[in-house]
Design a protein around this ligand. Sequence first.
Ligand code: TYM
Length: 332
Amino acid sequence: LTRLYSGMQPSAESLQIGNYIGALLNWKTLQQTHDAFFSIVDLHAITVAQDPAKLRLNTRRTAAQYIAAGIDPSASTLYVQSHVPAHAQLAWVLNTITGFGEASRMTQFKDKSARHGADATTVGLFAYPTLMAADILLYQTSVVPVGEDQRQHVELTRDLALRFNSRFGETFTIPEVAIVKETAKIYDLQNPTSKMSKSAESHAGVIWLLDEPGVTKKKIMRAVTDADGGVVFDRENKPGVANLLTIYSVLASQSIESLENEYAGRGYGDLKKGLVEVVLGTFDPIRERVAELIGDPAELDRVLASNAAKASDVANETLATVYDRVGFLPLR
Ligand code: TYM
């Protein structure tokens, strides 16, 4: 089976609908045909300040959301990044072959450091992409399914793998990014030309998996549209409606075209009401399952521990090869 790797940050209590559509839904399908590793990347999360108690809570909650959304922790390897020390160890080695200028060109770093201000920009944030490269390369990954915002990081990962291989000998599989074009970028409902994000300044346009149904309904009914009135998919001129149609289409497994037909001559209010039903129909059972899972943290921790052991076996093998290739003295 082809090896697949992806992950998410436990940086909020709940995932948002972009994480669900852009990542989790694809993972769920791909896990059936791949040897899949899914991590909860807590080492990445602390590149911006986290409250320790909340981080612990959010890590369990993120794991619960993966499982509730359909990731099977007995078929896929679902684990917490910090449980496998090899990630930090390989990241260090990769830092030493990454150019300062190369890392400075990462757009997510530039955005985040602009948002948090120069004083809050840490070396950790700067090194975020090399840690992500370590995640992917430790598992000899072939396929990395992500949203559009992670494409540049996967490209850097490929460059680093090629560079290491040519300098020290064949060591890493060169990974390919897998991005589903139609759903690679879900937009904020209040600001339909910017990406929906867990770290958005205002949450008015962010649909959280774990929001109360009433809150979700309100947010969808208040989504920004346009004055034209027609339910037509036009990303350029009608970004709000295009975004609603994208979400609707994926969650209802119905083509955009058939939605346009269904809602032809009806207003945006009807489209939004239809979308509310589809979103709640998807999220209600997930929310219930998450509540069950986090109600038994001991069981959840046990699942995470056994998966971390599986991940460690693979990761440690790659790390040992890397340590040998770069010339570290073996510990005998
Ligand atoms: P994170 O936690 O920001 O997001 C998790 C996944 O969700 C996707 N995503 C979206 N897709 C569509 N529309 C959106 N609005 C949207 N917002 C987020 C992201 O593209 C991502 O796939 N650096 C990664 C985590 C990571 C990782 C890895 C991923 C760490 N190591 C190794 C793959 C492989 C991140 O911050 O994801």
